[in-house]
Write a protein that binds this ligand. Structure first.
Ligand code: RIB
Length: 311
């Protein structure tokens, strides 16, 4: 059983042919709202794509924006522990999605900023605690400390990127980052391999977008090539990866299989618009794994090795 503690945002999304540069105005197309927030996306991914019994601790305002977030989590079967903050708005995110599927996101944290150490529920029965950085850092640190004390595996997705206190890093069992976040957390401008060497965390997983992902677990390196898809919107793909990976690991899968599963789930999340609306069912992930059994070709793995600076 997994506990996700983190953010929930209502995403305000507009598609445009490109993301505006500073000072630029672009004419977009239709506007839509979707349930989002890194924490809630990861909880839905754990439950829906990962098939894992999932609980989520989240803070919401007493407003209309909270309703679709609660419905989405409930619909995915996530057991919610809601901290209601009547004096704060539910978190929101303003997202522009380009025609190539890339995005730019600005978050207004609202109630997410009110999550405090005292709100953590009892950890009995949980195998993993999954955290992100859209809630206050001291709260994240306190939750990690409590989980370590209770023997619960601490998984941290260090997004949005920020420099982390050594104490927090020392409490993390599995760190999940993209390339940019890896550079910030490791304070290293070198290759992925060089940045990984700077981190003492037992397991570090690095997502590499359309190239795939890699992981260093207790000194052993794993590489996984990406699955071929036609991207529509990458929002929530990283969160889907984090939720699916945590679920697979807590189900007892080894790192190589868990990476493969999470990569497939993350790829499918890029094929639909929105964050939680794009998270696949476990059966869809299984189908993609069957359709693309041979994607770890020697040439793709060689390209991944080169990208990571492993040659
Ligand atoms: O990772 C994607 C998420 O980041 C969006 O759903 C948005 O709410 C922000 O939290």
């Amino acid at each position: 059983m997994i506990l996700v503690a983190g953010s929930a945002n209502l995403d305000f999304v507009v598609q445009a042919d490109h993301i505006p540069a500073p000072g630029e105005t672009v004419l977009g197309r239709e506007f839509k709202t979707f349930p989002g927030g890194k924490g809630a996306n990861q909880a839905v991914a754990c439950a829906k794509a990962g098939g894992m019994v999932t609980h989520m601790l989240l803070a919401l305002g007493n407003d209309d924006f909270a309703t679709p977030l609660e419905s989405s989590l409930r619909g995915a079967g996530v057991q919610m522990h809601i901290v209601r903050e009547p004096d704060h708005a539910t978190g929101t995110a303003f997202i522009c999605v380009s025609d190539s599927g890339e995005n730019a996101i600005t978050v207004a944290p609202g109630a997410n900023a009110c999550l405090r150490p005292v709100h953590l529920p009892p950890l009995d029965g949980f195998s993993h605690l999954l955290l992100q950085l859209e809630t206050p850092l001291d709260t994240v640190c306190a939750y990690a400390r409590a989980a370590r004390k209770a023997g619960v595996v601490v998984v941290l997705n260090a997004a949005p990127s920020q420099v982390l206190a050594p104490e927090l890093l020392s409490l993390v069992d599995i760190l999940i980052v993209n390339e940019g976040e890896l550079a910030v957390v490791s304070q290293c401008q070198g290759s992925v391999a060089e940045c990984l060497e700077r981190l003492q965390v037992p397991t570090v997983v690095v997502t590499l977008g359309e190239s795939g992902c890699c992981a260093r677990q207790q000194g052993v390196l794993h590489l996984q090539a990406a699955f071929a898809i036609s991207p529509v919107d990458s929002t929530g793909a990283g969160d889907t990866f984090c939720g699916a990976l945590s679920a697979a690991l807590s189900l007892g899968h080894g790192m190589a299989d868990a990476l493969r599963y999470a990569c497939a789930a993350g790829a499918l999340a890029c094929t639909r618009l929105g964050a939680q609306s794009s998270i696949p069912e476990a059966t869809d992930v299984a189908s993609l794994l069957v359709q693309q059994t041979d994607n770890n070709t020697p040439s793709r793995l060689a390209a991944l090795r080169a990208l990571c600076g492993l040659n």
